[in-house]
Ligand binder design. Structure first.
Ligand SMILES: [Zn+2]
Length: 212
């Protein structure tokens, strides 16, 4: 399976997931709503939801999805462990990029966790030649319950070592805490999503002004 970086969201189905981060690793970090509030909402509630996120993110094919559901059905305990591991990895990604965005010291344990998955990813990938260019191909992507973490780890490694790192931002809306890559021309994007957080934040400040 060659994983494309071009994300095409599936149409129709209603999903709790949003892909506004601009990078796969940031979208994965954004699978908790209102993370910094007292009403944080976990979106990866079970193993099937992790698979669903991965399919919507374009990193698993329908065939991979079927196979992982089969594996998870045969070994529910392992699927539960894979989910716990994925959440731990996701929180490590969040910690590192939130620290970068906030110009804070990067927690060493979180970076070590990312490195561990980056190493697993490189053990399961190889370069293939196709039409005068090269692509990464994943080796046996549907043999391991946490294989969806490999492309996420690669995305994190690429972003951490790229010039784009300077443009990783955290949403300015109160509790949101979602991360995104600010690709706007003047680099002054403030919200993960103008339609939700942007409007909510503007409304909140409007009423605060009115009250004052
Ligand atoms: Zn937001």
């Amino acid at each position: 399976m060659v994983i494309s970086s071009n994300f095409v969201p599936p149409s129709g189905a209603k999903s709790p997931f949003e892909f506004t981060g601009g990078k796969l690793c940031l979208d994965f970090a954004n699978t908790v709503n209102n993370r910094t509030s007292d009403h944080a909402e976990e979106l990866l509630t079970d193993y099937p939801s992790l698979v669903k996120w991965s399919e919507e993110a374009g990193i698993l094919t329908p065939r991979n999805v079927d196979r992982l559901h089969l594996l998870a059905g045969e070994a529910p305990g392992h699927a539960q462990s894979a989910l716990r591991y994925a959440i731990q990895f996701r929180d490590a990604i969040y910690s590192v990029f939130a620290a970068v965005a906030g110009r804070q010291p990067v927690p060493g344990t979180a970076l070590a966790m990312i490195n561990a998955v980056v190493q697993q990813a490189s053990e399961h990938s190889r370069l293939v030649h196709s039409k005068r260019r090269f692509d990464w191909e994943w080796v046996l992507p549907d043999s391991s319950l946490d294989s969806m973490l490999w492309p996420v780890a690669r995305s994190a490694a690429e972003l951490l070592t790229s010039d784009d790192l300077d443009y990783v931002r955290q949403c300015a809306a109160g509790d949101c805490a979602w991360l995104f890559l600010d690709k706007t021309k003047n680099h002054r994007r403030r919200w993960c999503d103008m339609k939700t957080c942007g409007n909510r934040d503007k409304a909140r400040r409007y009423y605060a002004r009115k009250k004052a």
